[in-house]
Design a protein around this ligand. Structure first.
Ligand code: PAF
Length: 291
């Protein structure tokens, strides 16, 4: 695996792969890799001849009081994990390479980026859309893979690709990969390592409470009181606050107050011991979608 941190070298490496007739998949990450990221790499290998991963802790997607400085950085260990998975190329630019002196452009995707994480992390999705658009233009992948754990992020990136008529990759070649979970249901996240042992045990209440809420809504319970009960269950389990617990259209991310015909998604962000955890799960009445 080649590790590259200068754009000129990246362009040469990408041209080499493409001139050799290879298709290329991109797995964008911020590092601190876990099994969820490695699952993306495996899926990428199944979809293209060569795989590039990027590691870049993107300052533009962190708010002023967020964990940019504390965010785990372990490039050598991550590179070893990627190499063991058979990744071909690691793009690890510096902040100066990504945003050189005088950098002034930002991409803002309205609609899907509003509410949920867009509401509790102002500017976050502008930072995500901007860096992902740059990564796409730098690596020119045929396909790009993202974890469904960041469901709203995936919707924002797809919307951006459609709206800007991107071709490398096209919106249809942006692939969401299902969330990888621990045995107790907690979604894997680089931020789980911030949790104390006690909070880690308590955190399993999040997927459990979400499943209970989904079963209730799918069974016909009213949405608002069910989400209210979900928030209460999290506080009772030891979470300090709930940023949001929303039922949203799975594609447009419009907030839903009743479960309709279209697939929906329950999205939750909650804080435990100073760590903000997010999760999402599908909601729908499967028999309604059956032919
Ligand atoms: O999901 C992430 O790790 C980041 O938001 C991404 C997509 C790599 C952009 O910085």
């Amino acid at each position: 695996m080649q590790t590259i941190n200068r754009l000129a070298d990246l362009r040469k490496a990408v041209a080499g792969l493409k001139n050799g007739g290879k298709t290329l998949a991109l797995v964008p990450t911020m590092g601190a890799l876990h099994e969820g990221h490695l699952t993306l790499v495996r899926e990428a290998k199944a979809r293209a001849d060569a795989v590039a991963a990027s590691i870049f802790v993107n300052p533009r997607q962190f708010g002023p009081n967020e964990d940019l400085d504390a965010y785990p950085r372990q490039l050598a260990a991550d590179a070893a994990l990627l190499e063991a998975e058979g990744c071909d190329l690691l793009w690890a630019p510096t902040v100066e390479a990504m945003y050189p002196e005088g950098y002034a452009t930002s991409i803002s995707v309205s609609g899907v980026s509003e509410g949920a994480c867009g509401g509790s992390r102002p500017g976050h999705f502008d930072g995500v859309a901007t860096v992902v658009c740059k990564l796409f233009h730098q690596v020119l992948p045929d396909v790009a893979l993202f974890g469904e754990k960041d469901w709203q992020q995936l919707a924002v990136i797809r919307r951006m690709a459609r709206d800007l008529d991107l071709t490398r990759p096209s919106a249809d070649d942006i692939i969401g990969v299902p969330t990888v979970r621990e045995a107790d249901g907690l979604a894997l996240s680089s931020r789980n390592r911030y949790l104390s042992e006690a909070d880690r045990a308590r955190a399993a209440a999040l997927p459990k409470a979400m499943k209970a809420a989904i079963a209730a809504i799918e069974g016909g319970a009213e949405v608002a009181p069910t989400l209210h009960a979900l928030e209460g269950a999290l506080i009772d389990a030891g979470f300090s606050s709930v940023d949001y617990a929303d039922l949203r259209d799975a594609e447009t991310l419009a907030e839903l107050f009743v479960l309709g015909e279209r697939p929906a998604r329950l999205l939750v962000a909650a804080r435990i011991g100073g760590t903000r955890l997010i999760d999402n799960m599908g909601v729908g009445r499967p028999w309604r979608f059956a032919i």
